[in-house]
Design a protein around this ligand. Sequence first.
Ligand SMILES: [Mn+2]
Length: 469
Amino acid sequence: MKPNEAERPLRSGRQVEGPALHTLLTDLAKVHNSRERAGKLFEWLIHPVPLQSFFRDIWEKKPALIRRHNPEYYKGLFSTAEFDRILRDDDVQFGVNLDVTSYRNGKRETHNPPGRALPFTVWDFYKNGCSLRLLNPQAFSITVWNVLSILQEHFGSMAGANVYLTPAGTQGFAPHYDDIEAFIIQLEGRKHWRVYNPRYTADSNFSQSEIGEPSLEVVLEAGDLLYFPRGFIHQGDCLPDAHSLHITISSYQKNSWGDLLQKLVPAALEMAMEEDIEFRQGLPLDYLTYMGVQNSDKDSRKAQFTEHLLSLMKKLAKYAPVDAAVDQKAKEFLHDCLPPVLTPEEQASSVYSAPTRIEDGKARDVTAHIKPETKIRLLRDGIARLCSEGDAVFLCHTVDNSRVYHKEELKSFEVLPEHTDAMEFLIHSYPDFVSVGSLPCDSFKEKASLAELLFERGLIHTCEPLLFS
Ligand SMILES: [Mn+2]
C-alpha cells in the first residue's frame, strides 16, 4: 500500500470486477437478440446493482453512487489520450463540438474562440484552469458510438453523451439541473460532486447561497458511477491534487407521459371538433365579462362555464388516437437514434459486404440470388418501424441516420400494400430468421422483391451469405 492510501477511506472496500469493455463488446456482438444485448450492456454500466432493483428503487427517484474501487472498470470507453487524438485528427469546432468553460468566484463563463479547436489552443486553455466539454463524442469515438447505439435500445429513448475534462483545483460549471437522467462515469482522476434536491425555477443555473446543503456529497474515483434523475441540482469540482475526466451518458429527454400527451391532446381535439358538434358550438356571448383573472369567483355563471368545459375535456378522452400519438413518439425516437454499429457478422451478411463492383468497365455481381429458402431478419430489433400516413404505410428506419444529432432527416419509404403483412411479420419474427418463402405475400415474386428491397436498403441480413452474379 502506498503511504497516502491509508488516509483515503474511499479506497477501502471490495473491488468490483467487470470484463474489459472491448471484451464485453466483442461478447455482446455474439448475443443473438439486440434488445437482450442492450440490457446486458446496461447491466454492466450499473453493476453490481441489479437491473430490477435499479429501476425499482433508484431510476427517476434518487441519486445513487456505485463505488467500485476499480479504476480499470470503464477503461477503453474514452481517455484524455483519445481526446488529444480527436483534436489532432478530426475537425472539432469551438462552440459546435467543444466548449471551453470556467466557474470562478461564482461566475460562469464560456471562452470559445471562433473556428477549429486545435491542441495548441485547447491545451493552453486547460493549462489556465478552463474546463473542456466535448459535446458529441459519439461522432469521433467508435466505442462511444457503439455503446450509445446499443443503450438507446434499452431506454427506448435517445442516449446521448458529453465528455468533461477539468483541471485540478477548478470547477467548470455553476450549480444547475438538467432535463435528462444522468449517468456520470468517472474515467480518469477524481471529482468532488455535490447533489441537491430538486428545486424548479425558470433559470436552471443557481448561486451557492440558493441551493442549501447537498443531499449527496462524494468524491468520484475512476471506475465509479454517479446517477441522478432529472431536476436534481448538481455541481462538480476538482480537488487540488487531481484532474478529472468523465463522460456523462444521458437519456429520457422529453420522454414523459406529459410529452406523449403533448402529441395526443391536439390530435384528440382535432378529431373531436370534426366529429362532435358540441366542440364546435360557440362560446357564450358574454363569457369575457365573468371569466378570466379580473373577474371574481362569486358569479354563478363562472361555475357553470367551468363545469361545461370540464365535461368537454372528459369527452375529449374518447377521441384520443393513442396508437397514432405513440407512433409519433416512435418516429421522433427513430430520428434521434444513432445508426447501428454493425458487428463483423452483421457486416458480412448484409449489403455492406456485397461483392458488387466495377471491373474492366463492367458492373459485376449486381444480382443477389434470393431463394425461397434464403433466411432473413432485421439487422436489429429497434432499427425500423411501420407507420401510417393517411392511407399509405411507411417504414421508418435508423440505418441512414448520422452520428451527428439530426444531421439527416428521418428516413422512410413507402411499403406497397402487397408487402405490408410481410413487413409486419418480419418485424415480429425478430430475433428469429425467417425464410423468404414463408413471408405472407401472394407470390414468390412479391416475397423476393420485398427481401431484395430491404437487403438493398441495409435493413436486413441473411443467415447464410448470399450468392451474387
Ligand atoms: Mn449537468
